[in-house]
Design a protein around this ligand. Structure first.
Ligand code: NAD
Length: 521
């Protein structure tokens, strides 16, 4: 999928035509242009943010239940229109049908999860005072949303990584403006149009289109930024947000390892490795990009993996399904994949499958398995974000753990082996999520936090964290009983301060001598 900006005539009403900068959305499967969208400049971004900001107080006032009801209508619309959305997404991403149609179910499940749990996660809390001196207060915490949340998302999962964050933010009472990737804005735009026109939802959800300039303008205008993308862009977003002290949650890249212990069920491990490395053509932040296999099972694992990968079907499909791997969504990513493979080849690695960009129409790269790799090669240290995986033989679990942690990333990981042994290894991996005897699916457990360690991110989505980050606690200290002139108030005299000092000592000390203020003999 290529995008290019240009100046195009777009009809704005009546017979008048106005020139506007546009972004071209391409179908990566054949290179054809699918649509041109006008780019939203800083002025328009500020306008959209101001508009949803005006509607946010009424949205917040609906309460958790009222907001869950509206979001339930969005869920229902998504479920009713999932085929149409999958078709649009296939055109803009080059995904196969199975993967294009997997995004709506995730969003529907997440809507239900936060709709049900919001009260528990962000409802009012009554907190008993720990100090007897504060028992005169009734303590409560109530949570108020950041008024407007800006969601900036990448091209690999256009709905999961935009609505997936917008839903908890909306459920928390915030208004949301999404800047989808300029490469894949169409499916999301259709949904937001439906929210406005078909569902008639409150004016608290909108989209702005464009690339870095639009994203930067959004960062400037909102109260909280939810960013998903590369660490390179995240640094720019954080620098800009620092100017306005705007908090940022950042979900970034990965170089996820999978460890195969000698005790692993090899058939399962091979099937999982192939899926983990090549689902969505490897364009998944939590893709398996590095495999570490214990020596006694290495040869058999590699033989079986090669066989499994050679059996995969690559090509475009439709409602009839049938293809396993789709196209590369973003041409610059194909360049990165090609350079990683070329680097491994030059350094003496063995390319078992694939290894060359597919010639012809569109942007395609075959599933590529590389052996004879080590950590001097890009393919084992830099994020490939494409259909390539390196396989390394390791002497034992200790070596596997050391190599798995030898990375600047820490998004997710997987370990295959007898459950107890694999869990013991999993606990030593430096990653936000570790799957034991599975790959990728930890992401679907929205009950638990998901986020990156090290350069893979700052902040978490899913679970309580995934909604609490969009709210600010406001603590209420309500006086139950007191005096007209409290002991802490003026005037500061010995007669008034001494009883207070004695009471504080009594409650803070943990032995009777200090409690009673006796001197050491
Ligand atoms: P990217 O960083 O190039 O772009 C991400 C978004 O930021 C896009 O919408 C882009 O237009 C916008 N942007 C670009 N410059 C900006 C600026 N100066 N200010 C504000 N916004 C700006 O990333 P990408 O190529 O779209 O996505 C691929 C990356 O995303 C990979 O590194 C991948 O691992 C990561 N990713 C992470 C997760 C996760 O959950 N951790 C999920 C998917 C993808």
């Amino acid at each position: 999928m290529a995008t290019e900006t240009g100046t195009e005539a777009t009809v704005t009403g009546g017979n008048e035509a106005e020139t506007a900068e546009t972004v071209a959305v391409r179908n990566p499967a054949d290179g054809s242009t699918v649509a041109h969208l006008p780019i939203d400049g800083p002025g328009r971004v500020a306008e959209v943010v101001a508009r949803v900001r005006a509607s946010q107080p009424a949205w917040e006032a609906l309460g958790n239940k009222g907001r869950a009801e509206w979001l339930g209508k969005l869920r229902d619309w998504l479920l009713d229109n999932q085929d149409r959305i999958a078709e649009t997404m296939q055109r803009e991403t080059g995904k196969v049908r199975a993967e294009a149609s997997a995004e709506v179910p995730y969003v529907a499940d997440l809507t239900n999860f936060y709709g049900k749990k919001a009260r528990k996660f962000i409802g009012d809390e009554r907190v008993p005072a720990h100090s007897p001196l504060m028992k005169v207060k009734r303590l409560k915490v109530h949570y108020r949303p950041y008024p407007v949340v800006g969601v900036i998302s990448p091209w690999n999962f256009p709905l999961i990584l935009s609505l997936g964050d917008a839903i908890p933010a909306l459920q928390a009472g915030a208004a949301v403006v999404i800047k989808p990737s300029e490469v894949t804005p169409l499916g999301l735009s259709e949904i937001v149009e439906a929210w406005k026109r078909e569902i008639g939802g409150p004016d608290v959800l909108d989209v702005v289109n464009g690339a870095g300039e639009t994203g930067g303008a959004l960062v400037e205008a909102v109260d909280f930024v939810q960013f998903t993308g590369s660490d390179r862009t995240a640094k720019k977003v954080l620098a800009r947000a620092a100017e306005t002290l705007t908090p940022v949650s950042a979900e970034l890249g990965g170089k996820d390892p999978m460890i195969v212990l000698r005790s692993a069920d090899l058939e399962k491990a091979v099937n999982a490795a192939a899926w983990g490395a090549f689902a969505n053509s490897g364009q998944v932040c939590i893709s398996v990009e590095r495999l570490y296999v214990e020596a006694p099972v290495y040869d058999e694992f590699v033989t079986r993996l090669e066989e499994e990968v050679r059996g995969l079907n690559q090509g475009m499909d439709g409602a009839e399904y049938g293809s396993d791997l789709g196209a590369m969504t973003f041409p610059p990513q194909t360049e990165i994949v090609s350079s990683h493979v070329a680097d491994a080849r030059e350094r003496g690695a063995t390319i078992l499958t694939g290894g060359e960009r597919t010639q012809g129409e569109g942007d395609w790269y075959p599933p590529t398995v590389i052996t004879g790799v080590d950590h001097s090669m890009k393919v084992m240290v830099d994020e490939s974000f494409g259909p390539v995986v390196g396989v390394m033989k390791v002497g034992d679990a200790e070596e596997a753990i050391r190599l798995a942690n030898d990375t600047r990333y820490g998004l997710s990981a997987a370990v295959f082996g007898k459950t107890r042994e694999a869990e013991a290894v999993a606990r030593r991996l430096e990653a936000g999520t570790v799957n034991v005897n599975d790959v990728l699916v930890g992401f679907l457990a929205s009950d638990v936090p998901m986020g990156g360690w090290k350069d893979s991110g700052i902040g978490w989505r899913h679970g309580e964290y995934g909604i609490k980050k969009f709210v600010r606690p406001s603590s209420l200290a309500i006086t139950r009983f007191g005096r007209k002139r409290e002991p802490l108030y003026f005037p500061y005299t010995k007669e008034r301060r001494e009883p207070l000092r004695k009471a504080v000592n009594f409650f803070n000390a943990r032995d009777w001598r200090r409690r009673l203020g006796r001197k050491r003999r």
